[in-house]
Design a protein around this ligand. Sequence first.
Ligand SMILES: [Zn+2]
Ligand SMILES: [Zn+2]
Length: 71
Amino acid sequence: MMCKEENCTKPVNSRGMCVAHYQKWRRSQPAQPIRSYNPVKGLTCKLCEKPAQARMLCGAHYRADQRAKEK
Ligand SMILES: [Zn+2]
Ligand SMILES: [Zn+2]
């Protein structure tokens, strides 16, 4: 397997690209936050009217729920 970039004949490292091209591609990607709850489209919190983020709860209610479980 060779790098998928045009005019590059280096062996593939990851995602079809050689080490150099893969690292260039990685740097061009937006940084991903490790722990983030993206709002689920169209769902609202079961306890209030805010958009649900996880387990049918908004961010505030989800955190309160998690804290309640820790006890
Ligand atoms: Zn390459
Ligand atoms: Zn809520």
